[in-house]
Design a protein around this ligand. Structure first.
Ligand code: SF4
Length: 477
């Protein structure tokens, strides 16, 4: 039929060269008009999307196009705001129209349209003072999606507010004395953890979803079951009941027998989960509530689970505080074994509006690096440079009342030296040092390391050569 229709069109009376010429002329004229508008006024604001990539040369064209007196450059370091260009232009009705160009790594430029001059100026000025969180990481989520001027302003406001005030830092250091004492240091602590997590983490399937139902199922299942074993059960469960509506319609006896056959612990959890799905369908019109308080209204959902779902599904949770997190905070920042102190420090450290990544990251740290027997170097813990336990060698914690064997002891350090030397033919003392301890220096500096390698030499494990330039250490063959 389509072919017949085309044939008919071609033979119809209006399909003549004169008409074609007219259409072509109109199309070309339209394109010239659009191009001219872009050249004169840039992209209309409605079209601006985060993620637009332009070259540095294009950026310069933009900069050169406006009055020199109205532009401003703020240079930052790599991976941060490399350049912020403020272009002021008289918009309709005399309002300010502002265009902010953000250049990442000297090649990734994001064009943003924003309307609130005051917010952007705050961000630019605060960044110039080194106070903002205007880092690559902070902008990363925005690259993924189209961002409207309104949501950008909201995001920038969050970033501006994120830098902790000096008074807040002083107060929190009463219960976390090992925390850095300035805003920049606190920001480094935050960024180090998020970057460590984003670089590598255990890839559980529920970490790849933002579906509240799927996350709730994973949280309920993992309350009594090891995470590695939960994966298969979670996948089976969602294959059988892919949505809350499907689960709500299921027979409770089927849900309970699934629970039993997968050895998921107390059957009551299956009943509660089933009931929670019914509540979502009947009381919330099939949409999960988003805040921790509302989520607790669901059957069987306590404060911890509610916060986890709010964080991982809606990025709207509070800082998580469980046994793992307490252990990490106690060791890293010397937080006393006191619930309200742990909650205050956890909440203080969590970057505003980033509960999804933060809670995942801090739990990963407690699970992978800072377990009962910590694996500070092996896991590349991002907090070694600040960690009180790493510095003092005291790795006790509220749930680890006695010093874990091996970790932090001189014996451990000797083992570490031998292991590192096994990877190299030989190493100068000051090259070996930072590989042994990330905080090499001071009390654990050259003199300390020299004592350690001399002991190893006495035990016949290494050779120490007093070279002309430096002391060189190698494994004894
Ligand atoms: S350095 Fe070690 S003890 Fe300190 S937070 Fe990291 S893993 Fe835990």
């Amino acid at each position: 039929m389509a072919w017949v229709a085309i044939g008919e069109l071609k033979t119809s009376s209006w399909w003549r060269p004169g008409f074609l010429h007219l259409v072509a002329t109109f199309v070309v004229a339209l394109r010239i008009l659009v191009l001219a508008r872009h050249l004169l006024v840039g992209h209309p604001r409605e079209e601006l999307v985060v993620g637009d990539v332009v070259t540095a040369a294009q950026l310069e064209v933009q900069v050169a196009r406006v009055d020199a007196g109205a532009k401003e450059h703020v240079d930052g370091s790599a991976n941060q705001l490399a350049r912020v260009v403020r272009l002021e232009d008289g918009g309709e009705g005399g309002e300010f129209v502002l265009r902010l160009a953000v250049q990442f790594d000297c090649q990734f430029v994001v064009y943003l349209g924003v309307e609130r001059l005051d917010v952007v100026v705050q961000v630019v000025e605060a960044h110039a003072r080194g106070e903002t969180r205007a880092s690559d990481t902070a902008f990363a989520p925005m690259r993924q999606e189209t961002t409207t001027p309104k949501s950008l302003v909201a995001h920038l406001s969050t970033m501006t507010d994120a830098a902790p005030a000096t008074d807040d830092i002083e107060a929190i250091r009463d219960v976390a004395p090992a925390l850095p004492d300035d805003a920049e240091g606190v920001e480094r602590v935050r960024r180090a953890l998020v970057e460590w997590y984003e670089a590598d983490h255990r890839d559980y399937p529920w970490r790849r979803t933002e579906n509240a139902y799927e996350i709730l199922v994973s949280e309920v299942m993992s309350q009594q079951t090891q995470l590695d074993r939960v994966v298969a059960a979670w996948e089976d469960f969602l294959e059988r009941w892919p949505t809350a509506a499907n689960l709500a319609d299921a027979d409770r006896s089927d849900v309970v027998s699934f629970w039993t056959s997968h050895s998921l612990g107390y059957n009551n959890r299956a009943k509660y989960l089933h009931e929670a799905a019914r509540q979502v369908e009947e009381e919330y019109d099939g949409s999960f509530p988003e805040s921790p308080d509302e989520l607790q209204e669901l059957m069987g959902v306590g404060p911890y689970t509610a916060n986890a779902v709010a964080s991982f599904a809606f990025n709207a949770g509070d800082a998580v505080v469980d046994t793992n997190v307490k252990r990490v905070l106690h060791r890293a920042f010397d937080v006393p074994d006191d619930d309200s102190a742990f909650e205050d420090v956890a909440q203080f450290l969590m970057p505003e509006g980033e509960s999804r990544v933060w809670n995942n990251a801090v739990m990963e740290l407690g699970g992978v690096a800072c377990g009962k027997t910590p694996r500070c170097d092996e896991a590349g813990c991002p907090w070694r440079a600040w960690c009180h336990a790493y510095e003092t060698g005291d790795f006790t914690a509220p749930d680890v009342p006695t010093q874990p064997t091996f970790e932090g002891s001189r014996r451990q350090m000797r083992g570490r030296v031998v292991r590192i030397l096994g990877e190299y033919d030989e190493l100068a003392l000051d090259t070996l040092g930072p590989r042994v301890r990330v905080d090499y220096g001071g009390e654990h500096g050259r003199e300390w390391l020299r004592g350690l390698v001399d002991d190893l030499a006495d035990d016949g494990l290494v050779d120490v050569d007093e070279g002309t330039d430096d002391v060189v250490v190698r494994l004894r063959q």
